[in-house]
Design a protein around this ligand. Structure first.
Ligand code: PSU
Ligand code: MN
Length: 303
């Protein structure tokens, strides 16, 4: 059972463009009240670009496609919201809990509702030190098997980006640069990792997606956009903050689903809030592009 917001349902029924948005970034990625403001700003950004936003979460056990503003407020404030990857959806449903969806779980629910385009900040990936910890985000596995196009600024720089890119290749997930031939590093535009595929317009991204749906054996696809130049952070500064964040995580002994929220909070502290400003700017940028791609896709479909 899915609860679909009437605006989203109307758009889906008429073939109008819809963009999925995740909720883990609200409940576990950004501090209150900034998280609520960002969530509402992302919805406005999608609307302004001509698409209908669908923020996704599990609300009291019900997978919900398109939160109301009151629900966004609750997910921004409540302290007992679960963090749900795909494997956790069943538990949240059965125990009637509130759960914020990661990229993996948002993709799963978006696909179930018939939504093809999803905007986020950065996907999860292979963590640094994964050789010892085996910490690899379930986002990667989901991208390998669920046909949703995810617009993002690459994977968070707290990760091992090179290993993440290799893993995406293994899983059959295309990584298409938007106006770039380098994998963005989330907080900055440069990772030093080359991409072999790139597009320069929403229509071109939509065309690759349509072809990938035909040939990609049901897998997802990434469109990676560099953060807006005015919001990008200095790479060396980011690296210093990351080392300190990783040290703190090791000292605190965090494991499993706690690792990413811990590191994001530590980054916010270590960059005196600058990482939060960058995160916000790139989320908005990605939401706008996702809406433009969804519009281009809907136009092509009705031709
Ligand atoms: N990137 C951000 N903020 C976030 C996340 C990513 O800038 O909050 C979230 C996304 O929901 C992503 C999740 O799917 O972190 C990955 O968590 P894990 O590493 O536990 O799979
Ligand atoms: Mn993990």
């Amino acid at each position: 059972m899915l609860a679909i917001h009437p605006d989203v349902q109307a758009a889906l029924s008429s073939g109008a463009p819809v963009v999925a948005l995740e909720s883990t970034v609200i409940s576990h990625g950004l501090p209150f009240p900034h998280n609520r403001d960002v969530a509402l700003l992302l919805e406005q950004t999608v609307r302004a670009a001509g698409a209908v936003p669908a923020t996704i979460a599990v609300v009291a056990g019900v997978p919900t496609i398109g939160l109301t503003s009151a629900q966004v407020e609750r997910f921004a404030q409540a302290q007992d919201v679960l963090k749900l990857s795909r494997r956790d959806i069943g538990y949240a449903v059965a125990s009637k809990r509130d759960g914020a969806t990661t990229v993996a779980a948002t993709m799963a629910l978006a696909a179930a509702a018939g939504i093809q385009i999803f905007a986020t900040g950065g996907i999860g990936g292979v963590h640094r030190g994964a050789r010892e910890t085996w910490d690899v985000s379930a986002d990667l596995g989901e991208l390998g098997r669920t046909a949703v196009l995810v617009v993002c600024a690459g994977a968070k720089a707290i990760l091992d980006l090179s290993a993440t890119l290799e893993m995406l290749e293994t899983l059959g997930v295309p990584v298409v640069g938007y106006d770039t031939t380098e994998l963005p590093a989330f907080y900055s535009a440069h990772s030093g990792l080359a991409l072999t595929q790139s597009v320069a317009s929403p229509a071109a991204a939509a065309a690759v997606w349509r072809a990938h749906r035909e040939w990609g054996a049901g897998s997802g696809m990434l469109v990676t956009v560099p953060p807006p130049p005015t919001a990008a952070l200095d790479a060396a500064e980011v690296e210093t903050a990351i080392s300190r964040a990783l040290e703190q995580a090791a000292q605190a002994g965090v494991r499993g689903a706690e690792v990413t929220p811990f590191l994001l909070a530590a980054m916010a502290r270590e960059t005196a809030g600058e990482s939060v400003a960058t995160n916000t700017a790139l989320l908005t940028n990605n939401a706008r592009l996702a809406a433009q791609i969804a519009v281009a896709l809907a136009q092509e479909s009705t031709q």
